[in-house]
Design a protein around this ligand. Sequence first.
Ligand SMILES: NC(=O)c1ccc[n+]([C@@H]2O[C@H](COP(=O)([O-])OP(=O)(O)OC[C@H]3O[C@@H](n4cnc5c(N)ncnc54)[C@H](OP(=O)(O)O)[C@@H]3O)[C@@H](O)[C@H]2O)c1
Ligand SMILES: *[C@@H]1O[C@H](CO)[C@@H](O)[C@H](O)[C@H]1NC(C)=O
Ligand SMILES: *[C@@H]1O[C@H](CO)[C@@H](O)[C@H](O)[C@H]1NC(C)=O
Length: 308
Amino acid sequence: MGLRTLSIVLFAGVLNLASATVVPTIALNDGNKIPILALGTYSGKGDKMRQTVNWAVEAGYRHIDTASLYQNEADIGKGIAEVINKGLVKREDLFITTKLWNDKHRRDQVVPALKESLSRLGLQYVDLYLIHSPESENADGTPANIDYLDTWKGMEEAKQLGLAKSIGVSNFDTEQVKRIVKNSQTPPAVNQIEVHAANTREQLVSDMQNLGIAVMAYSPLGFLVNRGQASVPPPQLDDPTLTKIAQKYGKSTTQVVLRYLIDRGMIPIPKSTNQDRLQQNIDLFNFSLTPEEVATINKFNVNKSVFE
Ligand SMILES: NC(=O)c1ccc[n+]([C@@H]2O[C@H](COP(=O)([O-])OP(=O)(O)OC[C@H]3O[C@@H](n4cnc5c(N)ncnc54)[C@H](OP(=O)(O)O)[C@@H]3O)[C@@H](O)[C@H]2O)c1
Ligand SMILES: *[C@@H]1O[C@H](CO)[C@@H](O)[C@H](O)[C@H]1NC(C)=O
Ligand SMILES: *[C@@H]1O[C@H](CO)[C@@H](O)[C@H](O)[C@H]1NC(C)=O
């Protein structure tokens, strides 16, 4: 290759680095690496969702969070095939998380349910498979009485088969997680739970961190975004305390609350199917909050879930 060609190639490489953010990874307790920011996808569907995967990967997202419940695995799968075919990334550069729904909790239902998700996603494996919730249901939605320890045995089988590189849980409390740890060969690698400024979950988060279990924080924008509720607690988008911190770093209040979760050692998973907003939501890696600013944001806590 001539010097001229080489310098063009190098220049193109620099341009690529300048346009896409590189998201850091951390090690899970099973040795696998996980990017510390994921694209949330709940309620994103159809061609919009396929397009969103393209925008997200171009912006630097490598981790995508979905679930069989969201009914968008096939759309996300189309987007994944596109970004790989375009040569933007290789499969091994991506980290794909999906979840087992409550109506497939019997041990012998887990691997078949994962195979169905894989087929919709067009993948040979997912990077992370989560039990969506400790509650089990029958096919008709009525409560079932399946012990999540049995479900976990099915999850371990999925990992042994190589269909999921890592396995974990979602919406589990400390006692439930400890019960798995105590009675199983494989501890959960992740617990995905709701955490944001109005619902800081400090005890649960520190319990998970002490157990070596990574926390994915869902609904990370909390009540900064409109969730159709009549009365909501602070902080909201124009909160003066958040605005002051945001101005200090030349960031937005939404970027501050996402960085807050990273500075507490969590993996936020903001959802956006809007190209501009998903770019803003990944622009978190050239600033960080002081411990005092983290403590200030913790003071917003009122233990309020966005789903109440
Ligand atoms: N494990 C579980 O049980 C569970 C439960 C809930 C959620 N989750 C996961 O966590 C993800 C995130 O949670 P979530 O969707 O509830 O809430 P979220 O990510 O906190 O907020 C999403 C909402 O905020 C808007 N938004 C995104 N970025 C914005 C910005 N920079 N400025 C203003 N508005 C913005 C989005 O609209 P636009 O798309 O129009 O930007 C959307 O309406 C889900 O998508 C899902 O993957 C998991
Ligand atoms: C952080 O990086 C983004 C682009 O990735 C840039 O627009 C922004 O000005 C940078 N902010 C700081 C505080 O350096
Ligand atoms: C939130 O819940 C925690 C743990 O249950 C409790 O210690 C704390 O006082 C509660 N905070 C508020 C504002 O209700």
